[in-house]
Every structure is written in structure tokens, then in C-alpha cells.
Design a protein around this ligand. Structure first.
Ligand SMILES: Cc1cc2nc3c(=O)[nH]c(=O)nc-3n(C[C@H](O)[C@H](O)[C@H](O)COP(=O)(O)OP(=O)(O)OC[C@H]3O[C@@H](n4cnc5c(N)ncnc54)[C@H](O)[C@@H]3O)c2cc1C
Length: 361
């Protein structure tokens, strides 16, 4: 039986989300009573179709919303306000941002973040100060999930998520200064004594990093699924192009060294696809951090290799507006966003025995 249509139309991320909701795809993705888990194969299908239709920035924003923000909110929303925003997101009417990367510290060192939340700021309110940078959907979302510290120090339990309306007094949103990622709404957020009711706190105080660690695993799974779709499209397009360009009467596609470089790309991509398939359930159902780190590391390295090779194989035309060289620059985010390759390799290094003993004997 053919797959039923997902309801995915051309347009910005908000329009895509509303199409996915209207067709019942979001309900199918999270189940009738979402509790923080999703169907990984359906998520992959959505991202693959979105990659074929949309700009990189649009797919990026969709990925963050579907794989990280919505499941995190579904697990942590426990007040009327946060539950209302979750419902709106599930109905396709609320685009949200997730703001973890802090202005005061490197994104690779979340425990050093400087944004503070005072959880007992008189009258049962809370007070938020600080800033976040490189936030996807900062310019287009109505609310952002903001990771803040309610206590000083690096302890795992010092952090809490706050759902922040981006129009609240004291919130400033500034566009990121980049020509890349059209449609991602990338921006920086500044919080200057932002007062909110306690209802905007997400989940129990102190669970911020634990929730982040759980849900970033599925973002990494989603990112690897998108990586396979994007690289497959680029390798196929490069091979097709080389079949029509002859050097001394022989199509470049038939040159022994070019053939091997394309084959090398296809083999690496097959390895990424196989690891994705092998680890999808463990990550989606159990939030397996080691499996997600391994997949993210392989994904970052694979994308970098394939985009570099294919961009070179497309010669000068790769520099055309909208050409593969621009995509190569954007695709570098696979090795940085959601955890730099070195950071996820550190996670794998800490659990080397577990990774090795998990291999087929
Ligand atoms: C397009 C885009 C979208 C983004 N969207 C979001 C978003 O929606 N929400 C959000 O919170 N953040 C977002 N980010 C930020 C992203 O999560 C961070 O860029 C990332 O965590 C890395 O942090 P950093 O940029 O501060 O780099 P740094 O932490 O300063 O690291 C710089 C480089 O140093 C190296 N490095 C870092 N740590 C180690 C280590 N342990 N060992 C060896 N080398 C290391 C790596 O090469 C790394 O790339 C986005 C970024 C981009 C580019």
C-alpha cells in the first residue's frame, strides 16, 4: 500500500507545520496522548520529503520543532499555560524555538551558561536575565524554551527550562548576521529583567539539563536522517551532472578516479544509513545517549566528506547562486549544531567499552 500523503506543502516552517497537523501526521508522529516520544520512521519520512521541497533553513527549523521542542514540551508541560502552548504546537499553530546556546559561554559547555532565572521573585513570579545566541526560529517563533540556571555552579541540577513569550517586556530579538539558512529565522535573544508568572517554568526546577540530554538524542537522530536525505540528493545530482561533462571525449562520470570518489561517498552514506536504522528505536524509545552520540559523530563526518567531494566535482558552477558550494557551507552545521563532532566524540570516548561491547561478536 502506498504511504499516505503527509500533508507537506511548499512554504515556510509555520505553513508546513499546519499542513502536517491538518493531515493528521503530527498526531501519528507523537500518538494521541503525546508524552515525549515519537515514531522515528515517520519523522525520517517527513524530513526526507521536506529536504526535497524546502530550503535548508526551513528544514532546520522544522527539525528542531518536531524532534526536540515538541517532545520536550510534551514531557515537561504541567501548567495551564505550558499545556496550552503544547496543544497549539500539536495543532500546527505554534512555532517554537529552543534556546540553549548562551551568550556568556561556549555552546559546547552548557554547564557554564550564564542566563539566570530567579524562581522566587516575589508574588510567585520569576525573573529572567541573560542572553542566547544562534537560536533557530528566534525571529519567527511566538515562544522560546530557554535553558537558564536557578542556582550558581556547574551541578547537573542547577538548570531549569522556562517557556518565554518572545513579545514579553524585556525580551529583545536580533537577527543573526548571516546570508545562510534562509527560512530558519536565526537570531539572538536578550533578556533584561523579564518577569513571568511561575506557570512558565517547564517541569520541576533542576531538571533542565536532564531534559536537554534526553531530547537532544532525538534531535541527533533526526539530524542524521536529514543528513542521509541531503547527501543522497547531492551525490545523485553530482553523478548525473558528471555523466554529461566529457573530458577528451570521456564522460567524467566514467573516469576511474571520479567513479571511485563517488563510490566512496555512496559507501560512507550507506554506513550512516545502516547505523541510523540500527539505532533508531534505541534512541527514539530509550533516548540512548551513546547511540545518539555515535550517530551524530558519523553524520557530521560523513556530511563534511561528501559535501566537500561533491562540491569540488561540480567545478566552478558549484559557486552559482544557490549552488552546491552554498549548501556545503550550510551543511557544515551537521558538525556543529546539536553538539559539535568533537563534543559527541568525547561522549563516545567516555563510553568506549560500551560501544565496543555492543558490536556483533
Ligand atoms: C545554523 C545554526 C543553528 C543553531 N540553532 C540553535 C538553536 O536552535 N538553539 C540553540 O540553543 N543553539 C543553536 N545553535 C548553536 C549550536 O548549538 C552551537 O553552535 C554549538 O553547540 C557549538 O557551540 P559554539 O558555537 O559556541 O562553539 P564552541 O562551543 O565555542 O566550539 C567551537 C569549536 O570548538 C571545537 N570544540 C568544542 N568543544 C570541543 C571539545 N570538547 N574537544 C575538542 N574540540 C572542541 C569544535 O570544533 C567546535 O565547533 C545553532 C547553530 C547554528 C550554526
Amino acid at each position: 500500500m502506498p504511504d499516505r500523503p503527509l500533508g507537506l506543502h511548499d512554504g515556510d516552517t509555520a505553513a508546513i507545520l499546519s499542513g502536517l497537523a491538518a493531515s493528521g501526521t503530527l498526531t501519528e508522529l507523537y500518538g494521541k496522548e503525546p508524552a515525549g516520544r515519537l515514531d522515528p520512521l515517520l519523522l525520517r519520512r517527513i524530513l526526507t520529503e521536506a529536504d526535497a521541497h524546502g530550503a535548508t533553513g526551513t528544514v532546520l527549523a522544522l527539525l528542531v520543532q518536531l524532534a526536540n521542542v515538541t517532545p520536550l514540551l510534551a514531557e515537561a508541560a504541567d501548567s495551564p499555560v505550558t499545556s496550552r502552548i503544547l496543544r497549539a504546537a500539536l495543532d500546527g499553530g505554534e512555532l517554537l524555538a529552543l534556546a540553549a546556546t548562551d551568550t556568556a559561554s561556549p555552546g559546547s559547555d552548557l554547564a557554564a551558561l550564564g542566563t539566570t532565572v530567579d524562581l522566587s521573585h516575589g508574588d510567585g513570579g520569576i525573573l529572567l536575565d541573560g542572553g542566547k545566541r544562534w537560536v533557530t526560529s528566534a525571529l519567527t517563533a511566538g515562544h522560546a524554551l530557554v535553558l537558564a540556571r536557578h542556582r550558581s555552579g556547574r551541578h547537573f541540577t542547577s538548570f531549569t527550562w522556562v517557556l518565554v513569550p518572545l513579545t514579553a517586556p524585556g525580551v529583545t530579538v536580533r537577527a543573526a548576521d548571516t546570508d545562510l539558512f534562509d527560512g530558519a529565522g536565526l537570531g539572538h535573544l536578550h533578556f533584561d529583567s523579564v518577569r513571568l508568572s511561575r506557570e512558565y517554568v517547564l517541569g520541576r526546577p533542576g531538571r533542565g539539563l536532564a531534559l536537554f540530554a534526553r531530547h537532544v538524542t532525538v534531535e541527533r537522530l533526526a539530524s542524521a536522517a536529514w543528513a542521509v536525505a541531503l547527501c543522497r540528493r547531492v551525490v545523485a545530482g553530482t553523478a548525473q551532472r558528471l555523466a554529461t561533462r566529457s573530458v577528451e571525449g570521456v564522460p567524467l562520470r566514467r573516469s576511474p578516479s571520479v567513479r571511485q570518489r563517488l563510490a566512496d561517498c555512496a559507501v560512507r552514506l550507506s554506513a550512516l544509513d545502516a547505523l541510523w536504522t540500527q539505532s533508531a528505536d534505541r534512541i527514539a524509545q530509550h533516548h540512548d545517549a551513546t547511540a545518539a552520540a555515535s550517530l551524530k559523530a558519523l553524520s557530521g563526518m560523513t556530511v563534511e566528506h561528501i559535501l566537500t567531494e561533491c562540491a569540488r566535482l561540480q567545478g566552478a558552477d558549484g559557486f552559482d547562486r544557490g549552488g552546491v558550494q552554498r549548501l556545503r557551507a550550510e551543511a557544515a552545521v551537521f558538525g556543529i549544531g546539536g553538539g559539535a563532532t568533537e563534543v559527541v566524540l568525547d561522549t563516545v570516548a567516555e563510553r568506549l567499552d560500551q560501544v565496543l561491547s555492543g558490536l556483533t561478536p
